[in-house]
Design a protein around this ligand. Structure first.
Ligand code: SIN
Length: 320
């Protein structure tokens, strides 16, 4: 399977697709999200999402109901148990930052991996953006996996890792939530164990499925060894070659596949306002299958040092 998918495949879709980078991200135009989507549009959006991992829409002046309707095309919406929601809309996460509440989503993550059934995808709508900054970055988890040295892949294939919502506990305490209530949350949301390398349920492709925000350790490994190996895996999300970056404008929308990418909201706009709203679509229980479409690395657009690292990781970087 080629990593570089820019070709004629988008010609059949009922809208325009403009890729952002070789393997991740694309802007979709010629579709009005204020209208109910046709079956062909829904299938087209799904195909574009599966291929590009995150897709972007511009100038979509839609209502909250229309935001929810769009997400409904792709699955059931979750109610986040901890994060504040928009008044009257429990399924709409209200993410507001300003002088008193600086940005805090600036860590690489995939949404709600601390759930037993984490998210399929998230649909984020921009209501107000700062004069500059506040971009969101996305990192391709397939490319991150595909370009791991063989020695690292051998260590992580088939392994499971424990996930936890620790960061939210701190935020709950900051909001004055007592220990009794937090203990009740611990019981309602026990730590799941998810595969370190996840097989995507729709594409069959393998991707790294641990993230610095929610993953605690790899099961069955000493904490120091697990930390070292997780450090190598987390580092992959930082590689600019596997990323794209989205500059927000009012009424822009991003729809990302949490099973195939991680994201990072740049917190570089304080003290300005940034108001976005997220509808999160529930996914399935992650699993790992050893077989699946393999990447032909000779087709990889990532040459130079990354390609050399793949064949020769060097003596220290991947010593775990
Ligand atoms: C999120 O992490 O879900 C929010 C991303 C953003 O605000 O850009």
């Amino acid at each position: 399977m080629s990593l570089n998918v820019i070709d004629d495949q988008y010609n059949d879709l009922p809208f325009e697709v403009t890729p952002y980078s070789p393997t991740i991200g694309a802007e979709i135009s010629g579709i009005d999200l204020a209208q109910p989507l046709t079956d062909a549009q829904v299938e087209g959006v799904r195909a574009a999402l599966l291929d590009r991992k995150v897709i972007f829409f511009r100038d979509q002046d839609i209502t909250t109901e229309q935001h929810l309707d769009f997400a409904r095309n792709f699955g059931e919406r979750e109610v986040h148990p901890f994060a504040p929601h928009k008044e009257g809309y429990p399924e709409v996460l209200a993410i507001t930052h300003d002088r008193e509440r600086p940005g805090q989503e600036n860590g690489w993550h995939s949404d709600v991996t601390w759930r037993l059934e984490p998210s399929l995808g998230s649909v984020l709508r921009c209501l107000e953006c700062p004069p500059m900054g506040g971009d969101t970055l996305f990192s391709d988890s397939y490319a991150a996996y595909d370009n791991l040295p063989e020695a690292v892949r051998e260590k992580v294939e088939g392994k499971y890792a424990l996930h936890d919502f620790e960061g939210f506990r701190t935020r709950l305490r900051d909001r004055g939530i007592g220990e009794e209530q937090i203990e009740a949350f611990n019981k309602s949301y026990p730590n799941p164990e998810h595969p370190v390398i996840r097989s995507h349920p729709e594409t069959g492709r393998k991707g790294i499925y641990v993230n610095a925000a929610f993953t605690k350790h790899i099961i069955g490994m000493a904490q120091a060894d697990s930390d070292a190996l997780l450090g190598v895996l987390y580092h992959q999300a930082n590689m600019p070659e596997y990323q794209c970056r989205f500059r927000w404008a009012k009424n822009s929308i991003a729809f990302w596949d949490n099973r195939a990418c991680q994201h990072y909201a740049s917190s570089d706009y304080w003290p300005h306002f940034r108001i976005v709203e997220r509808v999160t679509i529930i996914g399935d229980v992650p699993y790992y299958k050893s077989d699946g479409p393999a990447t032909d690395l000779d087709e990889s657009p990532f040459r130079g040092r990354i390609k050399r690292q793949h064949t020769d990781p060097g003596p220290n970087l991947f010593k775990v």
